[in-house]
Write a protein that binds this ligand. Sequence first.
Ligand code: TZD
Ligand code: CA
Length: 530
Amino acid sequence: MTDVKNATYQLLRRHGLTTIFGNPGSNELPFLAGMPEDFRYILGLHEGVVAAMADGYAQATRRPAFVNLHAAAGSGNAMGALTNAWYAHTPLVITAGQQVRATIGQEVMLSNVDAVSLPRPLVKWSAEPASPRDVVRTLGQAIHTAVLEPSGPVYVSVPYDDWAQETGPEEAHVTSRAVEHAGELSAGQLADVLARLDGSVSPVLVLGPDVDSARGNTDAVTLAERLGAPVWVAPSAPRCPFPTTHDAFRGVLPASVEGTTTLLAGHDLILVIGAPVFRYHQYEPGNYLPDGAELLQITCDPGEAARAPMGRALVASIGPVLRRLAVAVPDRGAAIMPCPGPARHGTDRAAGPLSPEAVFDVLNAESPEDAVYVNEATSTVGAFWDRIQMRHPGSYYFPASGGLGFGMPAAVGIQLAEPERRVVAVIGDGSANYGITALWTAAQYQVPVVFVILNNGTYGALRGFAAKLDALDAPGLDVPGIDFVSLAKGYGVEAHRADSLEDLRRHFAKALASTGPTLLEVSISTVSPF
Ligand code: TZD
Ligand code: CA
């Protein structure tokens, strides 16, 4: 027999969960004491940063990530980050320390009162083991629940006096279990999808983030080529599921009913794969579908299927479905005409702030062709997709629910997961402040992210919405007077201000070659997000 702590480390090891993203408190110390040498602890200075780092790490490794937070206060700080993890289908196994069992009821300091309710509705499942003898099984259940499709975050609160308790013979069974999911279409369903594609005159593909997370990108290319169909990325894109350099690539659909319907007009079959239908943002009501169009959605998430306001949905695993479709769809022999892209010039202005387009042209020209971009600069998302070329799976991450504070820490987590690729984090001056302490983790663990802060002194996207919503006099939209170079230096990160495109080019090239993190601050002009 062993103790609960040791059995837990064995369970985590068995599932490859040997990286702990955490921020500790007194309740967590008994678990962390004597952490085995094959585990590593990545400290984040705020729990929103801890959760977002783990989110990035899990998305990039395509495996669950383990998180350890402090009771209710620490878990509460992570809740905003959970909105993104939830919509990204990120398998986060979040644990929180709880006070000693016998004292929780008294609500002693740092007891997690009603721990199980706390993280809802942003977790798939939350639990506090009913007894120390059930801790390991509960954690096993948490890991399997996080991973099973649709994957997502889970939460387990563990009283700290449980760790030293003896285990029984049961734990060995728990540790050796395997739980698997099979989500293929039936033969009849596949035949039906093929028949609909065959019967359509002008099909269009709309791809979502789960194509990228399932690494279905190459099969999506084959499918588009065989169909001779153009490809759009579903609205509010958190990932890049299709190479933007491919002739069939058309861009990201706008996050409004009317905008999307207008761009899809003329197609009689809209095949949506790996996306919700649709994640709109600005309320511009209209016809959900163009005249004469049928929508068919294939999603791994029953919730996404059930809540869509239109179309027919099939729930299945995205990877296997795309593979089967790519193989089974006959080649229609239809050529796909490329769309003319924007002219990439990147010229310097005489004076004043740089245009976001010119900045993106420099990043695009100087970055390695397999660079990973994390984007959290909200008003310039359209310009980003226009100018930045992404060719490989896992090249793009954006907060999946729109909750800011994801970008900087997720970039650190992604770079930890992918040391062979360079991570470029494009972050707005507003967004940066929600996750700024990620700079400290990047510096301490020498994680060589290049942070590019686009500083326009304002919440640019909200300025755009203020115009749309007749709220131009709303207070609290500007954020002047922040010196990101000084902040970065304060956290131990090398930092420079780039005042010209030539400056940017020089500093960016140096940053890409560095073994540690760099922050570059660039003043940009304000553009409309619409
Ligand atoms: N708080 C959180 C956690 N998430 C949010 N999405 C917002 C507030 C609201 N918000 C947006 O949706 S965009 C935005 C805010 C504050 C402005 C971000 O400013 P930025 O980028 O400087 O990062 P732009 O390009 O100037 O818009
Ligand atoms: Ca801004």
